[in-house]
Design a protein around this ligand. Sequence first.
Ligand code: ADP
Ligand code: ASP
Ligand code: MG
Length: 412
Amino acid sequence: MPVLVMKFGGTSVATPDRIRRAAKRVGVEVARGYDVIVIVSAMSGETNKLVGYVSETSPLYDAREYDAIVSSGENVTAGLMALTLQEMDVPARSWQGWQVPVKTTSTHSAARIEEIPTDNINAKFGEGMRVAVVAGFQGISPEGRITTLGRGGSDTTAVAFAAAFAAERCDIYTDVDGVYTTDPRISGKARKLDRIAFEEMLELASLGAKVLQTRSVELAMRYNVKLRVLSSFEEQSDDAGTLVCAEEEIMESNVVSGIAYSRDEAKMTLISVADRPGIAAAIFGPLSDAGVNVDMIVQNISEEGRTDMTFSCPTDQVLRAEKALADAKARGDINYHDLVADTNVAKVSAVGIGMRSQSGVAAKMFKTLSDEGVNIKVIATSEIKISVLIDRKYMELAVQALHDAFELDKAA
Ligand code: ADP
Ligand code: ASP
Ligand code: MG
């Protein structure tokens, strides 16, 4: 029988009643003749609560124990979803990641899926089971420890299962009815896109649009998974939501297709480091070894052989970054006068494939921000995106102004 993957995010499984609503939708697809793999997130708020317990107990925690703790929210919803389906007379059972097993790397809290054996679940489908409910976000390392795939990782679980089982489609059910030109919670003018190209979705996701985890888009692109984002709260027609697809499948699009933002950025500045060959490696090597995801980097003009180096990283990695750099200083590998962390910044980005062939997007972005009196602290660009770091208090204003300036409320 054809296989369908259906993923339900935190708000869609927040209560037993919502789990029942989601299960009914699964029942509809089963009645249509699909064998269904349901991927569930933890109930909304649950993972944040668990992360809070970890930080309270141990600020520079052992990532293996972090994973053991924060993965547990998904165990609850997987079991509840299976029970709910059984109550509806749909043959179903739950799997935790290690039971499948979802084999991952041992990079705890940011593990990558390496392999999903299908025999276990297929054997059960062969015996008449119609729904396999799998706890999202979790896996098992080669060492046999529980791993997690990073925040929002259930999306990646879903796409990886769709690829492994050659599913007809991977439907991501969430609390909005698709991918918008920007977060509909920030701008009332945000417009739902019927289609978005993999590359654009990839950039939007990695720049903060948390509607899909970045890695899930990467996998969908690589394995050509038909990926759809839709609402679990509204009745759905067959062409509802947003289809994430190849660029060639989209007829018209704006030069800029979306604005993304991220509040979770910190700007770190190393004051007065020696400007010599190898200094960047001496700074960013230890940061990378400590698992700090450095994003933007700026090296200032050098004066008398010394310079300031500025970089951005997620706010929850500031402590790790400070420790890695202090250790490198203590070892004598680098020397700096001070390390200043600014956590009151946000990153705002414009994304669009059209930028490849049209110039002037950056100029328009900078002019728009300047007209609003927003100071730009750091800039980063690539072929299809422009990102700026600004004071966090201007973030919503900047998103709205850019959405207006690029006329994203109007279709191409
Ligand atoms: P889930 O719990 O279902 O995984 P998430 O909270 O992770 O849901 O992702 C959905 C949220 O993503 C939406 O509620 C919305 O606020 C946010 N979001 C950010 N950018 C966008 C965008 N461009 N389009 C749609 N939603 C977006
Ligand atoms: N529950 C996890 C999180 O909140 C994974 C997910 O929801 O995708 O990050
Ligand atoms: Mg999510």
